[in-house]
Ligand binder design. Structure first.
Ligand SMILES: *Cc1c(COP(=O)(O)O)cnc(C)c1O
Length: 413
């Protein structure tokens, strides 16, 4: 692919240079059409049986984006009281919120119980706590399937070494606690990890969870978790997640389970990244170019406080260069290291990357930033967090989060 922003018409005909001047940089820019298309796609992963896609909101909690998920028929997963409150504010009814926390306090758990929100317990200790707070209630448990998958050790969430879920060997204990507090185990869930492009490990984990599910008699739902990947190397023509193939291979696994269980519970998945990643880019300004010991550094205002994934996970994000509103052609490339403005040597967006030669005043456009982008922003180096805008279906541009100011930071003292 030569240019994703041209091919997808990401700015819907608007001039990115004018957008950058009007709203300032660094700036998160979202495209409503792309977001809605992905949210709609995950809502249709299973059509033969009752199914909901629970958008995992930690990927992006902007309330305007939550409203799009609401309209596209996604339910949502929340990891914290804060995320539940965002969802309630966005208009989600309690039935469409699933609380999947770990290591929460009694107060946090009580908040979900008080609001009638289905909660999953990540450990026997948390199930015990839940039981003491809500005797006779309905609850879910998170199973650690003993297998995991993902793009980086830090995002593998299933498997023997991770902190998540209850191992299979403790299932008898789940029933003991349930009977002590007269709880109904209404759901089981898992999440094996993030960003896989090959469906096989996920399908194996689905089969495994369904095998475990047969031990639970009162299940209203079985939740397979998220993790569907997106092509971060799209400019190098990386293939998309094979959704149709995945759906075809998933169905017989479900058929087999439904036949054995005698009925179909509600099936759920929990995609985060897939829903939002490709629907956003960051526009940043190149402020200085320098040559150190034979290396060229393009210095931008997209620091690790704006996008932490490259520093935190060594993640790759494609970058396009925009000059005077036009994408600079990739015919002539030169090796450059793209950095931010934070005082850390790990503040790198791209290392020794062949890119069109960047000049002061250019815009660096970082792709696929909608997931774990703004939601992981920080104010490190006392840099206020960036603004977010949405390019709407009708071509209009909406400011969906104003830029933070120094006054906002000062207010906490
Ligand atoms: C983060 C998370 C997800 C979403 O993962 P993605 O890789 O963004 O799809 C789903 N479920 C749980 C429990 C999570 O923690």
């Amino acid at each position: 692919m030569n240019s994703f922003i041209e091919q997808s018409n990401f700015f819907e005909g608007k001039d990115p240079e004018r957008i950058a001047q009007e709203y300032g940089t660094p700036l998160y820019v979202y495209n409503e059409n792309i977001l809605r298309t992905r949210m709609d796609a995950v809502a249709k992963v299973i059509t033969k049986y009752p199914y909901t896609a629970n958008y995992s909101v930690k990927a992006n909690t902007n309330i305007h984006i939550l409203k799009l998920a609401l309209e596209e028929g996604n339910n949502c997963d929340a990891m914290s009281v804060g995320e539940i409150q965002m969802l309630l504010k966005a208009g989600f009814p309690k039935e469409r919120i699933f609380f999947v926390p770990n290591n929460v306090s009694a107060e946090e758990m009580q908040f979900a119980i008080g609001h009638g929100i289905m909660t999953s317990c990540d450990s026997l200790a948390q199930l015990e706590l839940y039981g003491s707070l809500n005797k006779g209630g309905k609850v879910a448990v998170r199973i650690n399937p003993g297998v995991g998958a993902g793009h980086h050790e830090k995002v593998v969430t299933g498997g023997k070494k991770t902190k998540f879920g209850i191992s299979e060997e403790f299932i008898p204990k789940i029933f003991e606690i349930a009977s002590k507090y007269n709880l109904t185990i209404a759901g089981i869930n898992q999440h094996i990890g993030s960003l896989f492009m090959d469906p096989q490990p996920y399908l194996d984990a689905v089969s495994n969870l369904l095998r475990i599910a047969l031990q639970f008699k009162d299940l209203e739902f079985v939740d397979f978790g998220g993790g569907y990947g997106i092509p971060y190397h799209k400019l190098d023509d990386e293939a998309v997640f094979p959704m149709e193939d995945f759906k075809k291979r998933l169905e017989p696994i479900l058929d087999d389970f439904v036949a054995k269980y005698g009925r179909a519970p509600l099936f759920k998945s929990e995609p985060g990244r897939f829903c939002v990643a490709e629907g956003s880019v960051i526009l940043g300004r190149v402020h200085a170019v320098k040559h150190n010991n034979g290396k060229t550094f393009a210095g931008t205002d997209i620091g690790m406080n704006v996008l932490v994934r490259p520093s935190m996970y060594d993640s790759w994000h494609d970058i396009e260069v925009i000059r005077e509103g036009k994408v600079v052609s990739s015919d002539n490339l030169m090796e450059q290291t793209v950095t931010g403005n934070i005082c850390e040597s790990g503040d790198l967006l791209a290392k020794d990357r062949p890119l069109p030669e960047m000049k002061r005043g250019d815009l660096a456009c970082v792709l696929d930033t909608g997931a774990y982008g703004w939601s992981m922003c920080s104010t490190y180096n006392s840099r206020p967090r960036p603004a977010e805008i949405l390019i709407c279906k009708d071509g209009s541009v909406k400011l969906i989060r104003r830029r933070e100011t120094i006054e906002d930071l000062m207010r906490l003292f």
